[in-house]
Design a protein around this ligand. Structure first.
Ligand code: UDP
Length: 458
């Protein structure tokens, strides 16, 4: 890294769905002339060799293997305590290097809520990156009120009731912790409250979303939060649209490229791509329902079974003997896929997703309709938006059951309803492309972000 120029310090949360957008944002800001310094944990460290144009600074937060074995609220709480001292030390060191340009600001993942107090103490402005959607964040912000009004804790008898404050959400769409998080629900709400409060206390929020997708939530936020809001997404397409930088994979797992060769042998728009992201966990029973639902649908499928996806099982062990062989090449399974490449492949016809925000943005950008099975937190809100607000997908509303899965796949990929959904997602894809063009909403918002950063005073 040789560039001299205004410096930014970025601090990503070390989880796949957070690292990807933060590193994409780093590339975007680099293309705008900033020097990029990345402070990162030793756990799930990004690969500096893939980003020779950035300066990487590892901190040793001292998380043990057992502490990082599950991705849940407990891990988030640990990260927000164990990183405090090493992060402060590292930031102080970077700030005191007088041989370099001053640091304009810190850009922290919003889930690292402890960074607010440190940035304040060291007198450096702090902007946050929120890697989820704006609509789900408004629901997070309203959780205290929704609890007061009796929507939460979730009662089975109320699951199908509407949340009148947030149409078209139902009570069952309100964020809940992962099933593997066996701590009291109050600790989950405490994390969300800290996330919301410390985000609102920042000098601005950057979003991987775009105006046409979440206009209503963004407008409400501009009105209610009183801080600048910068929707500059979709990040991964912004990088391609901007001149100098290129997109580079920040995958923590090895991407299996063989699935692209397999996709090349399939027919146009025929394949369903199935992935539940980097942290969702399903039971062995659900896993078998997915397998049989896919097999019985008669559609070709590419299925990502991440090691650890199936609770208590070793990778594909629960699958019946000869399951894939009996399908005569109609399905393939990988541990991790090059998802951006997969979604952009002409043979992909649908994406069955856990409704993580990055996955939804990536699917919309390629005009791929979705089937949603949300597992926890904001995924539940995202899925309802996909199926009932943008209407670019269907939701598996009653859990994973093979008959329902088969029916939903066929509805989306073979029946008339699918045509309408495909049409709508193709229109949304056009909007996602347009917002990045000169004078598009994200293009302009990025310009305001750059001016805003330059106007901040340490
Ligand atoms: N991803 C990938 N290969 C896979 C599955 C996922 O590269 O096989 C990437 C995907 O492109 C996305 C991220 O991992 O950028 C997952 O983020 P998301 O917000 O969708 O879900 P999370 O993993 O945070 O639950």
């Amino acid at each position: 890294m040789e560039r001299k120029g205004r410096r930014l310090v970025l601090f990503p949360l070390p989880l796949q769905g957070h690292l990807n957008p933060m590193l994409e944002l780093a590339n975007i800001l680099y293309s705008k002339g900033f020097s990029i310094y990345i402070i990162h944990t030793s756990f799930n460290s990004p690969k500096p060799c893939k980003y020779p144009h950035f300066s990487f600074h590892a901190i040793n937060e001292g998380l043990s293997e057992s502490e990082t074995s599950r991705i849940d609220g407990h891990l988030l709480a640990l990260l927000n305590t164990k990183c405090v001292e090493p992060f402060k030390e590292c930031l102080r060191r970077l700030l005191s290097d007088v041989s370099e340009e001053p640091i304009d600001c810190l850009i922290s993942d919003s889930l690292f809520h402890f960074t607010r107090a440190i940035a304040e103490g060291l007198k450096v402005p702090r902007i946050v990156l929120r890697t989820g959607g704006a609509s789900s964040f408004l629901v997070y912000a309203a959780l205290p009120l929704l609890r007061e009004r009796g929507y939460l804790p979730l009662q089975d008898s109320q699951k199908e009731e509407p949340v009148v404050e947030f149409p078209p959400l139902k009570v069952k769409d309100l964020p809940v912790p992962p099933v593997t998080d066996n701590r009291a629900p109050t600790s989950f709400y405490q994390i969300i409250d800290s996330l919301v409060n410390e985000t609102k206390a920042s000098s601005g929020i950057i979003w991987n979303t775009f105006e046409d997708l979440e206009q209503s939530a963004l407008t409400t936020m501009r009105h209610d939060f009183g801080i600048p809001i910068f929707p500059i997404g979709p990040f991964h397409k912004t990088i391609l649209a901007s001149s100098s930088s290129s997109s580079s994979s920040s995958s923590l797992l090895i991407e299996d490229q063989n699935c692209i060769s397999w996709l090349n042998t399939q027919t146009n728009k025929s394949v369903i791509y199935v992935s539940f992201g980097s942290s969702a966990v399903i039971s062995e029973t659900e896993f078998l329902e997915v397998a049989w639902g896919l097999a019985n649908s008669n559609q070709p499928f590419l299925w990502v079974v991440r090691p650890g996806l199936v609770h208590g099982s070793d990778w594909l062990v629960p699958l019946p003997h000869g399951f894939l062989e009996n399908l005569n090449g109609r399905g393939t399974i990988v541990k991790w896929a090059p998802q951006l490449e997969v979604l952009a492949h002409p043979c992909i016809g649908a994406f069955w997703t856990h409704s993580g925000w990055n996955s939804i943005m990536e699917s919309i950008c390629e005009g791929v309709p979705m089937i949603c099975t949300p597992c926890f937190v904001d995924q539940l809100v995202n899925a309802r938006y996909v199926s009932h607000v943008w209407k670019v997908g269907l939701q598996l509303d009653n859990g994973m059951e093979r008959g329902e899965i088969e029916k939903t796949i066929r509805k989306l990929m073979v029946e008339k309803e699918g045509d309408e959904i495909r049409y709508r997602v193709s229109k949304l894809k056009e909007k996602a492309n347009l917002c990045l063009k000169q004078d598009g909403s994200s293009y302009k918002s990025l310009d305001s972000l750059v001016s805003h950063i330059s106007s901040l005073e340490s």
